[in-house]
Design a binder for this molecule. Sequence first.
Ligand SMILES: C[S@@+](CC[C@H](N)C(=O)[O-])C[C@H]1O[C@@H](n2cnc3c(N)ncnc32)[C@H](O)[C@@H]1O
Length: 396
Amino acid sequence: MADSYTPPAEIAALVANVNKAADGFSAAVGGDLHAARRNLQLEARKLLYSLEEPNTEVWPRIFQVNVSAAIEIVGNLKLWEHFEGGKTVTMAQVLELTKADEIIIIRIFRQLTAANVFAESAGPSWTLTPLGVPYLNPDHRAFNNLMFVDIIPSIMAMPRTLAEHNYKAPTKETGTPYKWAHGEELWTWLGSHPDRALNMVAGMRSHNAGNVSGDAYPWGQELGKLGLKYEDVVIVDIAGGQGHIMEEVRKRNPEIKGRFIVQDLPSTFEAVAGPPEGVEFMSYDIFTPQPVKDAHIYYYRHIFHDWSDADCTTFLEQVVPVLKAQPKSKLLLVDLVLPDTNVTMQEAIRDISMFPIGGLERNETQWKELLAKSGLKIKKIWRGSEPEACVECELL
Ligand SMILES: C[S@@+](CC[C@H](N)C(=O)[O-])C[C@H]1O[C@@H](n2cnc3c(N)ncnc32)[C@H](O)[C@@H]1O
């Protein structure tokens, strides 16, 4: 088996590539930072993969879901909070708190230490690593739960359901792979299960945590050019959830005058007492004509990746007449814009994760094709440090 390892000379070449990518990363600024970081990640991962024995990697690859299962278990045992403030928690404390068997705790924490969620010291005792700290945020735990319980089963069913559908892409008529696995669409299922819908809302906050308002679009700089008045509708955030993005844009740009409207389904708003400060809620179904006719910006974040081209075209056509009537309005779509080749693991996972609900992440060509169906083209792709890009569109 020894000769299945990558030869040292090849590893040295990969190290050189990592160093070159690291130099590029050090020199990058602004929108280039995203591409430079991605390139460094790709080269660093190639190096790490080359150090593995290919056959032994088959097992850990199969069992990657062990990590999300272990994260679920730590949540069920109500342990995360005990790691607040960088605290070290000993085995004796964990046993006292959980009444679990020591052997169970050892094995769960082994998994999460190997995944670099915890750092382990002799004793044993554990502290959170930087990769573990996010789990102090209940939104991330809710997202793990939503994915683990509600979405991953439909991904596990994909080999069967795709074969049953002759490997044809889902359409409106055939329904999504989620429906193939569970008999109904995720959105209708969440509509009748408000407790799970809350997890979706938290999941969306989790999805945006760390870069919540997104820096792909330079809000302050661009909104500042509009000469806004208090009565203006500045942004309509379409399917904007409970307004967490607009809340953050407001907070980061307190000088911006005008109204920020968040549209979503009534069930999304019913789950909270009211909108965040400086934000208005408006019930709206994206498949019906856009009722706000005079906004400066129509904004969709993490919406297009949820839907097929056919569905996106249907809801784009609800806003295009408004853009035609008022050409100064901007249309901004925030999602990943994948490279044509060599996507990262994170990008590939995000694409396949959208598959059960009939969505996908798109590369620039796919965005162009989609937009052209509604008489639109890309004006500019804005990038900041977040993985998402902001696709500014204009009429053809
Ligand atoms: C992936 S979340 C994105 C939320 C928010 N834009 C963000 O970036 O966090 C999708 C949102 O679409 C909303 N949604 C789904 N179907 C909708 C519809 N037909 N009309 C309006 N909103 C809808 C959901 O309620 C949810 O808030």
